[in-house]
Design a protein around this ligand. Structure first.
Ligand SMILES: Cc1cc2nc3c(=O)[nH]c(=O)nc-3n(C[C@H](O)[C@H](O)[C@H](O)COP(=O)(O)OP(=O)(O)OC[C@H]3O[C@@H](n4cnc5c(N)ncnc54)[C@H](O)[C@@H]3O)c2cc1C
Length: 414
């Protein structure tokens, strides 16, 4: 079989690349080893798909941190606004939720997948499902893509095989092997946007308890970092959006069990220390017969309130009327600067995103083409780029996929 452009992987990056390539007139084949496309995308945003974020390209570039510079051109080529327009033009409107996260109005990731698959089919992209690509080889005028004892000869190849998180969805890290065979450096893959494991085992008693808004602070490599948002206690530590975002900022310094990373939780970020203490004094004088835990439970989940009070006075219930000044100070410190020690990130297979992959120094950011081999392209999470929670990672897949599809079609004369 011969084609102009062969894309490996039918996730969001591969699908958008295929649509753009075919739209430009290139014969386009997409090879996917699962029996359907977009397996991971269906899980995104809790099944609702937080497909992008609001903000200008410059704001996106800043949010990506170290990855921003590499992504800039692809974001200008196909921005968050372009993405929302793309779906709106195909009958799927999007909405902005709190914190600027963008979702389809239907709240269904399957609708996002359906628009992409329908559009690719309309553009006559040829889908080869259930075919696991084993290797890619250089031919005289392009490449051979080998799978299940068969081969496709293509003038350009786009590797869009994703990272190595949630391998059951199909992303098993095969793209790294293909890129390595062409001499590309692979930056060691690590868990990014992952729950964190702490040394404090008492958190396990609170497993499943969540707090709507916390601020988490840490210091790594002499740099202060912080993240905010919802938090959930887990069996061995902490998770939730604020924790996932923090994990992205500290993942390069983990794991080091002998040298845990010290973090502090501000469980009551809406109060300054002084005003929080004043509030506690006022509530205790209003409700002298209540237990301190009952007072704190006006703000916090009951089990967390009880747990914090037990840490101050393990054997006796503290009544509001008998709260000592030093106990009050202790509780305020726990609420504003609860110290925890992070010893590891959760397993990479369970992380939301992979940090690491194809080294960006070897990819042309204006084309998504390999600097080592003409005609070889990369798109999406397989590249060593990542973003925070909030739709930034799917935008990477869409923007880099769009650019790779365009330039791959370009080199075959379309
Ligand atoms: C639970 C969860 C929730 C998430 N929620 C969000 C969210 O709300 N917003 C957001 O921005 N991001 C979210 N993400 C991240 C986002 O899903 C990924 O960044 C995105 O899917 C990456 O797209 P991709 O096309 O690069 O790779 P993938 O979506 O991983 O697609 C890669 C495709 O390549 C195929 N493939 C791999 N190897 C081969 C092979 N050898 N042969 C043939 N096919 C192959 C795979 O089967 C797969 O279909 C979430 C991730 C997870 C796990």
């Amino acid at each position: 079989m011969k084609t102009d452009v062969c894309i490996i992987g039918a996730g969001p990056a591969g699908l958008l690349a295929s649509i753009v390539s075919a739209q430009r007139g290139a014969r386009t084949v997409i090879v996917e080893h699962k029996t359907t496309a977009c397996r991971k995308l269906l899980h995104t945003g809790g099944g609702r798909c937080n497909l992008t974020h609001t903000g200008s390209v410059e704001e996106f570039v800043r949010s990506y941190g170290n990855s921003g510079r590499f992504l800039k051109h692809s974001l200008y080529e196909f921005s968050a606004d372009d993405l929302r327009q793309y779906f709106a033009q195909r009958g799927l409107e999007t909405k902005v939720e709190k914190n600027g996260c963008v979702f389809p109005v239907t709240d269904r990731a399957s609708d996002v997948a359906r628009v992409l698959i329908d559009n690719a089919q309309k553009q006559s992209v040829e889908f080869l499902y259930g075919k696991e690509v084993q290797s890619i080889e250089k031919e005289q005028a392009g490449f051979s893509v080998l799978f299940n004892g068969k081969k496709i000869s293509a003038r350009a190849v786009i590797i869009a095989t994703g990272g190595i998180t949630w391998p059951s969805t199909g992303s098993t890290g095969a793209g790294y092997k293909f890129a390595r065979s062409f001499g590309h450096i692979i930056v060691e893959p690590k868990a990014c946007l992952a729950p964190l494991v702490t040394a404090e085992t008492w958190l396990g008693q609170l497993g499943g308890v969540s707090i709507e808004n916390v601020v988490i602070k840490a210091k790594v490599a002499n740099r202060k970092v912080q993240a905010s948002g919802p938090l959930i206690f887990t069996a061995n530590g902490i998770g939730g959006p604020a924790v996932l975002d923090l994990s992205r900022l500290i993942t390069d310094y983990l794991p080091d069990h002998d040298n845990p990373i010290k973090i502090t939780l501000d469980i009551m970020p809406e109060y300054e220390i002084e005003s929080l203490e004043a509030q506690i004094i006022s509530l205790c004088s209003k409700h002298p017969k209540r237990a301190l835990a009952g007072i704190l439970a006006m703000w916090l989940p009951k089990s967390l309130a009880l747990n914090l009070c037990n840490q101050i006075s393990p054997s006796q219930t503290i009544l509001a009327s008998s709260l000592q000044k030093n106990q009050r100070k202790q509780i305020v410190t726990m609420l504003k600067r609860l110290p925890l020690s992070v010893v590891a990130a959760g397993p990479i297979a369970e992380a939301t995103v992979t940090r690491g992959g194809i080294c960006t120094a070897e990819v042309n950011p204006r084309a998504m083409e390999s600097k080592l081999h003409k005609g070889l392209f990369f798109a999406g999470e397989v590249i060593n780029v990542d973003g925070p929670c909030g739709g930034f990672n799917l935008q990477i897949a869409f923007s880099t996929g769009h650019l790779a599809g365009k330039t791959a079609a370009g080199i075959v004369g379309c």
